[in-house]
Write a protein that binds this ligand. Structure first.
Ligand code: ZN
Ligand code: ZN
Length: 365
């Protein structure tokens, strides 16, 4: 079956692609029986897009269409598609587009598809599907990929808010949920940016007792308190912030991707049995620290990578149930180059969503 639409998107062509992406047509993967085509109405801008466009995490496979916070309308659904997806449904895709899905894969069988290491795992861009075809992301008109990673967007959640939740949202939701964030828990969120703002919102939605936002200065303090933070630490403005706040937190989620993290000071904030979870992904190594910081307090240092499809669905439901309001700014898809330059300069408050106006208007979302 031929499609009556063409796949076109903003392509990064080399490591100078930030601000220089070019709108071009491309060939998507061959359509399989379990695939879905999405007409993209909304695409969030994630920090990963910047790292990838400039080859910051290693050489990028150009040409590359970035964007892994995709929301739109299903326009073609294979006969073996999962999840009851129908043509016309409002759906989304996050940073992962495929995994092996084999019964003997421990991760895929246990709902941890995001940690599948087997052949068949594919990121939404700068990656290849099992058949060798390239994966293209969301700064585009259409997306094609396996239905297993396509999630229905529930009524009551706008597409512009749902889009950045597909990666930024779940990247902070998963470590909070997996590490027991909830009533009685004292949680710290390091970095009040796109990821960190979601971290504060989820910590509040999950009912955490204390939510400490940690930033370099106090310019975002008022915003963080409005999002639900109960406490705020400005590390550049208070020399003794680590001592003053020692042992006040059970769980810290660090969203910062600068390699200059004061790790040892962050660890001093943990109480006995506390956990530090790093989700920001610096392009360089982070500072070392004395392991007594962990030994004396039975504390641990963790990582967390996005989230599996079932957890994305759970998060979207929580967003509806608790009326979570993402702080996003809408930008036209046509102006993706300017939007990504602004993102790189740290101007987003707190996440940009690109809008494909012609499709969004037709859908009235
Ligand atoms: Zn697997
Ligand atoms: Zn992302």
């Amino acid at each position: 079956m031929a499609t009556d639409y063409k796949f076109e998107g903003w392509m990064g062509l080399d490591k100078n692609a930030i601000g220089n992406m070019q709108w071009k047509a491309y060939e998507p993967k061959p359509f399989n029986d379990d695939d879905v085509d999405i007409q993209i109405t909304h695409s969030g801008i994630c920090g990963s897009d910047l790292h990838t466009l400039r080859s910051g995490w290693g050489a990028t496979d150009y040409p590359c269409v970035v964007g892994h916070e995709i929301v739109g309308r299903a326009v073609r659904v294979g006969p073996k598609a999962e999840g009851g997806i129908k043509v016309g449904d409002r759906v989304g895709v996050g940073a992962q587009s495929a995994s092996c899905l084999q019964p003997d894969c421990e991760q895929c069988s246990n709902g941890e598809e995001n940690h599948c290491m087997k052949p068949g795992q594919a990121d939404t861009y700068n990656s290849k599907f099992k058949d060798g075809s390239k994966a293209y992301g969301g700064y585009a008109n259409y997306w094609r990929g396996p239905s297993h990673f396509v999630i229905k967007v529930p009524d009551g959640l706008s597409s512009e808010a749902a889009a950045p939740m597909m990666c930024g949202g779940v990247t902070t939701y998963a470590p909070l949920k997996d590490n027991g964030a909830g009533p009685g828990k004292r949680v710290g969120i390091v970095g009040v940016g796109g990821l960190g703002h979601f971290g504060i919102l989820w910590a509040k939605a999950l009912g955490c007792e204390k939510i400490t936002a940690i930033s370099r200065n106090s310019t975002k303090k008022a915003d963080a308190l409005k999002m639900g933070a109960t406490d705020f630490i400005a590390t550049d403005e208070d020399e003794n912030w680590d001592q003053k706040n020692a042992m006040t937190l059970d769980l810290i989620v660090c969203t910062v991707s600068s390699p200059k993290l004061p790790v040892a000071s962050y660890l001093s904030l943990l109480g006995i049995g506390g956990r530090f979870v790093q989700v920001g992904a610096p392009e360089d190594t982070i500072p070392g620290f004395n392991v007594f910081a962990l030994i004396f307090k039975k504390a641990s240092f963790h990582g967390s990578k996005i989230g599996p499809p079932h957890q994305i669905a759970e998060m979207l439901k929580l967003a509806v149930d608790k009326n979570v309001q993402a702080w996003i700014q809408k930008r036209p898809m046509e102006e993706a180059n300017q939007a990504i330059v602004d993102m790189d300069e740290g101007k987003a408050r707190y996440r940009y969503t690109l809008i494909n106006q012609k499709f969004a208007e037709a859908l009235n979302t």
